[in-house]
Design a protein around this ligand. Structure first.
Ligand code: ADP
Ligand code: MG
Length: 476
C-alpha cells in the first residue's frame, strides 16, 4: 500500500531587534546568565509590558515579501502554562489577531518549483532556557532569552516529504536573512521549528492524525526526524493500530522521535486577550514606509546581476542565493569593477571550498572584506591567480589578513619583465636538449619551460608574461 505524507511546519524566527518584545532588556546572545533581564522578564508582579514597534515592522516586512494579508491592527493574548523558564506563568502571543495573515512562499526542490501556503505569522515572546547539564542533579534557569521577539510562521499542511520540508525551511531562512529581520543563525537557535507529520492513503480526503515534533534547529535533523516519523506511523497503521496525536521530541543521538505528551495530557492554555496591552495599530504612513523601503530580495538581485554585472544566469543564481555571498560579491565589485573576475572566484574556488568542507559561507573564516582585498590584489596584478589560490586556501584555514600573508611570505608578483627574461634565458641555457626537441616539433615541451620558470619564481611570475617571453626566446 502506498502512503502519502502530509507535513506542516511552525517556524520560530528570532527577530533581530536590539531590545526585547516588551522590555528594554538586551537581546544579545551569549551574555552571562541572567544579565540581560528586565523586571518583566523575571515575572515581577505589577510590571507592565510595552510593545516594541520594531518587531512589528520586521514582521510586516516578512508579510510583504510573502504577499500576505497584513493586519495593521493586531492584538496580544496570554497563553497560560507553568514552567520554570517562564516566570510570569504565561506567554504573551498573538492568537485572535496576528500581525500577518495568509501568504505564500516559493520553494525549489531539485529544480522544480512548488508554492507552499502560509497560514499566518504572529508575534510572541520567547521563554528563558532551562539548563540541565551545568549543575549536577539540579536545573539552572537563564532568563536572558525570556521576552526575545519571535515571529512564528505557520505553514499549511501542504509539504509532501522531508526534502520539501528542508527546502521550505531554507526558503524561509533565505527570505528572513535578506529581509534583515533575523540573523538566520541556527546553531544559536535563531531559527527553530516544530514539525507536524501525518500519513494517509492517497484516496483519503481527510488528513491523518499528526504527531508534532518539537524544536528542531538543523536541516539534517528536520530531514531525519521526518523520515523516522513516517516509518514509525506506517508501522503503527499497518499493524492495525492508530497513531495518537501527541507531541514528540527528536533525539539526534539515537536518531529517533519519542513521546513527550499526548493530546489527553496536553495543556489547556486558556488563551485570553492580554489585559496589559492595547491592540497595536500600524499607521498607513508607517506601513507605506516599510513597503517602500523593503530590502532587495534574491530574485531581484539575480536579475540585476545578469543585467548590470553581466553574469551568466547560473552564476547569478548561486551568488544571489545567500545574503552573505551577495554582500561579498557587491563589496568586491565595488573595489575592482571586475564583476566577472569576482563571480569566477565565488562560483569557482570559494564554492569548491564550501562544498568540500560541507559548510555555508556564513560559517567560513573568509570575511567579505578579506575576499574583496584578495580580488583587488589579483586585479591590480600584485599577485598571480595561482598565488591567489594558495592565499585563499590559507585564509580559509586561518582567517588571516590577505595583505599580511602577501607581505609576510613575499608573494608579490614579479612585474619586472627583464627579471623574468633573465630567468627564462637561464632555463633555456640549462636545458638545451629540450630546446632542440621543442624546435624539432615537440610542441608539448613548451609547458615544461613555463613550469620551470614558475618553479624558479615560486609561482610569482605572471603566466601571460612568461608565455610571451618564452615564445619570443624559443622561436627566435
Ligand atoms: P497547533 O497550534 O495545536 O499545533 P494548528 O492547527 O495550528 O495546531 O497546526 C499547526 C501545524 O500543524 C500547521 O503547520 C499545520 O499545517 C499542521 N497540521 C495540521 N494538521 C496536520 C496534519 N493532519 N498533518 C500534518 N500537519 C498538520
Ligand atoms: Mg503547534
Amino acid at each position: 500500500m502506498s502512503w502519502q505524507t502530509v507535513i506542516g511546519l511552525e517556524i520560530h524566527v528570532q527577530l533581530s531587534t536590539n531590545s526585547k518584545l516588551f522590555s528594554g532588556g538586551s537581546t544579545g546572545f551569549g551574555a552571562e546568565p541572567n544579565t540581560h533581564v528586565d523586571l518583566i522578564d523575571m515575572g515581577l508582579p505589577g510590571v507592565l509590558p510595552v510593545a516594541n514597534r520594531e518587531a512589528f515592522y520586521k514582521a510586516i516586512r516578512f508579510g510583504l515579501a510573502t504577499n500576505a494579508e497584513i493586519n495593521q491592527t493586531s492584538s496580544f493574548d496570554r497563553k497560560n502554562y507553568f514552567y520554570p523558564d517562564l516566570p510570569k506563568g504565561y506567554q504573551i502571543t498573538q492568537m485572535a489577531m496576528p500581525i500577518v495573515g495568509k501568504g505564500s512562499i516559493k520553494i525549489d526542490v531539485d529544480g522544480s518549483e512548488k508554492v507552499i501556503n502560509i497560514t499566518r505569522a504572529h508575534l510572541e515572546e520567547d521563554a528563558g532556557k532551562s539548563i540541565h547539564d551545568l549543575f549536577d542533579g539540579e536545573t539552572g534557569v537563564d532568563l536572558n532569552r525570556a521576552g526575545t521577539p519571535l515571529l512564528e510562521i505557520v505553514s499549511e499542511p501542504e509539504i509532501s516529504n522531508a526534502k520539501e520540508a528542508v527546502a521550505y525551511f531554507k526558503a524561509v531562512r533565505q527570505l528572513v536573512t535578506f529581509l534583515d529581520i533575523c540573523d538566520g543563525n541556527m546553531a544559536q537557535g535563531s531559527m527553530r521549528c516544530d514539525v507536524n507529520v501525518s500519513i494517509k492513503k492517497e484516496a483519503d480526503e481527510e488528513l491523518g492524525t499528526r504527531a508534532e515534533i518539537k524544536n528542531i534547529n538543523s536541516f539534517k535533523f528536520i530531514e531525519r526526524a521526518i523520515n523516522f516519523e513516517i516509518e514509525r506511523q506506517i508501522r503503527i497503521i499497518e499493524s492495525g493500530k492508530s497513531v495518537v496525536q501527541e507531541t514528540r521530541l527528536y533525539d539526534s543521538v539515537k536518531n529517533e522521535t519519542r513521546s513527550m505528551r499526548s493530546k489527553e495530557e496536553a495543556n489547556d492554555y486558556r488563551y485570553f486577550p492580554c489585559p496589559d496591552l492595547l491592540p497595536v495599530v500600524i499607521s498607513d504612513d508607517e506601513f507605506n514606509d516599510i513597503k517602500n523601503n523593503l530590502p532587495e530580495l534574491p530574485d531581484e538581485k539575480e536579475k540585476r546581476y545578469i543585467l548590470e554585472a553581466n553574469l551568466e544566469e547560473a552564476e547569478a543564481k548561486i551568488i544571489s542565493s545567500s545574503k552573505t555571498m551577495a554582500n561579498m560579491f557587491e563589496e568586491a565589485c565595488s573595489k575592482t569593477n571586475d564583476s566577472k573576475l569576482v563571480a569566477n572566484w565565488l562560483v569557482g574556488d570559494v564554492s569548491a571550498l564550501l562544498n568540500s568542507d560541507n559548510i555555508d559561507i556564513e560559517e567560513s573564516k573568509l570575511s567579505s572584506n578579506n575576499f574583496a582585498i584578495l580580488i583587488e590584489r589579483i586585479s591590480d596584478k600584485t599577485i598571480s591567480g595561482k598565488i591567489a589560490k594558495s592565499i585563499l586556501e590559507e585564509v580559509w584555514e586561518s582567517g588571516d589578513d590577505v595583505d599580511n600573508i602577501i607581505k609576510d611570505k613575499g608573494l608579490v608578483q614579479i612585474q619586472d619583465e627583464s627579471v623574468l627574461e633573465e630567468i627564462a634565458q637561464r632555463i633555456i641555457n640549462n636545458n638545451l636538449s629540450q630546446v632542440e626537441a621543442y624546435k624539432g616539433g615537440k610542441d608539448k615541451l613548451f609547458g615544461f619551460f613555463v613550469g620551470q620558470v614558475m618553479k624558479e619564481t615560486q609561482g610569482k611570475a605572471n603566466p601571460k608574461s612568461v608565455n610571451d617571453i618564452l615564445k619570443n626566446l624559443l622561436n627566435s
